[in-house]
Design a protein around this ligand. Structure first.
Ligand SMILES: Cc1cc2nc3c(=O)[nH]c(=O)nc-3n(C[C@H](O)[C@H](O)[C@H](O)COP(=O)(O)O)c2cc1C
Length: 333
């Protein structure tokens, strides 16, 4: 059996983590963000789906993390490798292969609400089957000798076995739990119920990372205060304000200094930088203008919400016929 080397997952208390997001947090995106906003303490790959059949390709496994990330030690150390698996998939082989790579931190996705993923008994489905869950956790724990964490929701249909599940993770050697405070059935409806994060902090002695509906610096401060969590993971709020960690480091002790006017004025500047850095990275991997435009449009979902006539502004970007037009709208914001 592999001997586990203990470390503090997600560093010291108070870390901010850029959430894993499929279709967003690939290698070029993470490289651009870590250069532009080094204030984010951690990043994660989106999930690598462990295959049920076929050969395991080490090349594919490496590419999911990113060849350039392997070479940049500072970024490598800040990057979590996330996997999604099922009882039938080749978990042991994949985890052994990842263990051979220079990866410090592996995370298991137990929150994915996709119907297809859940029908194959993966993602959040596993929250409803403690035996299957325990078996998978054990396989991973026994085959990965560095930091191993899980990312969960409150439960599958409802919150049954919420505390039992937390204890299961702790007993089986999981080193931290990220909790998106919604059930699987809630998908993204309503507002995340942070009281479950507080409850989790009370019930386990391993670090709990709070997640769900953190949109601005005030929310970050409030989640730390209300829940006492070790760190906070931010998804859609990071898509809306990719410089949120920078703002937090600057203003968390002076919340009164943040005004809506100030935030809007720096938003325009940051948006130029954001798209510029992303384009640079996408060019390096030879993404075509059309593909870059498609990406940019998909990132536009929340970015313009705070502008007057935000819907109209977003509409302009979404209707851009080519990359030059998209950039023209950026220049004239
Ligand atoms: C576009 C998108 C893709 C996502 N992909 C993943 C993923 O690959 N792995 C994962 O664990 N969670 C994924 N999530 C969930 C987020 O990591 C996060 O848990 C969720 O959005 C709740 O946090 P938020 O309220 O800060 O957005 C995704 C979310 C979004 C919006």
């Amino acid at each position: 059996m592999i001997r586990v080397m203990k470390s503090i997952p997600y560093g010291q208390k108070g870390a901010l983590i850029f959430a894993p997001m499929e279709g967003v947090t690939d290698e070029p995106y993470r490289l651009a963000m870590s250069r532009l906003y080094p204030e984010w303490d951690y990043y994660s790959t989106d999930f690598y789906r462990v295959p049920t059949v076929g050969n395991i390709s080490v090349k594919t496994l490496r590419e999911h993390f990113g060849e350039s990330v392997f070479k940049k030690n500072e970024i490598r150390k800040k990057t979590t490798y996330q996997i999604l698996t099922t009882a039938r998939a080749q978990t042991e082989d994949v985890v052994r292969a990842i263990n051979e790579l220079d990866v410090d931190h592996l995370d298991l996705n137990l929150g994915c609400p996709s119907k297809k993923v859940n029908a194959h008994r993966g993602g959040a489905y596993l929250l409803s089957d403690l035996d299957e869950l325990r078996r998978i956790i054990r396989i991973i724990r026994q085959n990965f000798d560095r930091t191993f964490t899980v990312k969960i929701r409150i439960g599958y249909r409802d919150d049954s076995n919420f505390v039992d599940r937390l204890k299961l993770f702790e007993d089986e050697g999981v080193e931290a739990i990220t909790l998106h405070a919604r059930t699987r059935d809630q998908l993204y409806q309503g507002i995340a119920d942070w009281s479950y994060i507080k409850e989790a902090v009370k019930n386990v002695s391993i670090p709990v990372i709070g997640n769900g509906d953190v949109w601005n610096v005030h929310d970050v401060v409030r989640m730390f205060e209300e829940c006492g969590c070790h760190a906070i993971m931010i998804g859609r709020g990071a898509l809306k304000t990719p410089w949120l960690a920078t703002l937090y480091k600057e203003f968390s002790k002076n919340l009164d200094f943040i005004s809506d006017e100030y935030l809007l004025s720096i938003r325009t500047e940051h948006l130029q930088l954001y798209f510029h850095e992303l384009e640079k990275e996408y060019r390096k991997v030879e993404l075509s203008d059309g593909h870059i435009l498609k990406r940019f449009k998909s990132f536009s979902r929340y970015l313009f919400d705070d502008y007057q006539d935000g819907e109209k502004v977003r509409g302009n970007f979404l209707r851009s016929e080519n990359l030059s037009q998209f950039k023209y709208f950026l220049d004239t914001l």
